[in-house]
Design a binder for this molecule. Structure first.
Ligand SMILES: [Zn+2]
Length: 414
């Protein structure tokens, strides 16, 4: 059984914050294929299209028949922990601060043997389940986990925690508590045992029974936060910026319609102001301190979540300017990902399909309920993945964009 981590104590303000150190990051171009797999939480390895051999580590050619026809395919993740050891010394600064560290050799059922990080509950000679995860450098690493989810306190395993962003015992800011999705996110964070949840109220002058109900929940505090106003973002960052460990940017402004016949730019400007400039203002105020606190103990700052839309990846003419503003926000989030990586803080981009709300009433099902969306966000944090596509529509569009983006563009224009 994994030893449960205690709730963190109040920090000594005189004590120096531990500066972030990162695990070794350089990888070959082939190995970056594994990073792409880890970002989506899949388990895939290179498989030779000619002889069917599964190989690891990733290479340019098949080790069996020298064919160059290698494809990343999902493979069974089961295996046996053949041998293991525990490091008590390392010359690497990152690992030196986290010793002791378990390593082992896993013989996979699908063929290759893999040297991997090994969780506390795995026993030599017994079955394990392999997973590819993103470490603090944002690179793929192999982690051997106990099979099944029945192990108590598994989420508290220190090696696993280096690859996850579990909200438990962490302080979370949800930037917009006015939307149904925002309210569901706050409730999901409370259910995931977040230490405190700060909720932004974009129009504090307007009484809101929904926000009043949220403020009744344990550990929830509502603050005025208008992401279209630099002063408002600055003021909130001054009050709680140094405490936030997970930031959920869920600004949302959707007005249906294309660009034909649109005579003014007020709606597109408002969409850009919330989705794009809002992200920019939040990143400027909250980003630097989040990055500095990335190594602040086992409950340090760990994640920045952007709730975007699948239409950030391809324009849907029915929501033309909304799609364009989210495409801009998505592009910016890729830069933010690079910035925050220095502190080992993950940027999680969420690309949901249509949501069941007042602005998407006329869309046919399947639609996501705000509760399902919130649970997917919490699960993404628990699993430490970078890109999530909640809902059947988002998953289908994502899969088809990988195959043939032009075909999706044409179909949406019909
Ligand atoms: Zn081959």
């Amino acid at each position: 059984m994994t030893t449960p981590l205690p709730r963190p104590k109040r920090k000594d303000p005189i004590k120096r914050t531990r500066l972030p150190a990162l695990p070794p990051a350089p990888r070959s171009r082939e190995a970056l294929g594994l990073t792409a797999v880890a970002a989506e939480g899949r388990f895939a390895l290179q498989r030779c299209e000619d002889c069917g051999r599964v190989q690891y580590p990733p290479r340019q050619l098949c080790g069996g028949c020298l064919s160059g026809e290698l494809a990343w395919r999902d493979v069974p993740a089961g295996g046996t922990l053949v041998a293991g050891t525990t490091l008590h010394h390392s010359n690497d600064v990152y690992f030196r601060e986290r010793l002791p560290w378990r390593l082992g050799l896993v013989g996979l059922d699908c063929g290759p043997s893999i040297v991997a990080h090994v969780m506390e509950d795995c026993r030599i000679g017994e079955r394990v389940c392999m997973s590819v995860r993103l470490d603090r450098s944002g690179r793929a690493v192999m982690l051997a986990m106990p099979p099944g989810k029945e192990v108590p306190n598994m989420d508290d395993d220190l090696e696993l925690r280096e690859t996850t962003c579990h909200p438990r015992h962490r302080r979370v800011l949800v930037t917009n508590g006015k939307t149904p999705a925002g309210q569901a996110l706050v409730r999901a964070m409370v259910a995931a045992e977040a230490r405190e949840v700060y909720v932004g109220n974009p129009d504090a002058w307007h009484p809101s029974p929904e926000l009043a109900a949220l403020a009744e929940l344990p550990g929830v505090t509502v603050f005025p936060l208008d992401v279209t106003d630099a002063r408002s973002v600055h003021e909130l960052a001054g009050r709680i910026g140094a405490k936030v460990e997970i930031l959920v940017n869920n600004g949302y402004h959707l007005r249906p319609g294309g660009i034909r016949g649109r005579k003014d730019v007020n709606t597109p400007r408002a969409e850009m102001d919330i989705h794009y400039f809002g992200l920019l203002r939040l990143a400027a105020e909250f980003g630097p301190v989040l990055r500095e606190r990335g190594a602040d103990g086992p409950f340090g700052a760990c994640a920045w979540v952007n709730v975007l839309s699948i239409w950030a990846l391809v324009n849907n003419p029915a929501f033309a300017t909304y799609s364009a503003s989210l495409a801009a926000a998505h592009s910016l989030s890729q830069c933010l990902r690079t910035d925050l990586l220095e502190g080992g803080v993950k940027v999680v981009n969420v690309f949901p399909g249509p949501i069941e709300d007042e602005w998407q009433q006329l869309l046919p099902p399947p639609k996501l309920t705000p509760e399902v969306l919130a649970n997917v966000v919490v699960k993404a944090l628990e699993d430490g993945v970078e890109d999530v596509y909640p809902g059947a529509v988002a998953q289908e569009i994502h899969a088809r964009l990988r195959e043939n983006p032009k075909e999706v563009e044409r179909e949406l224009s019909l």
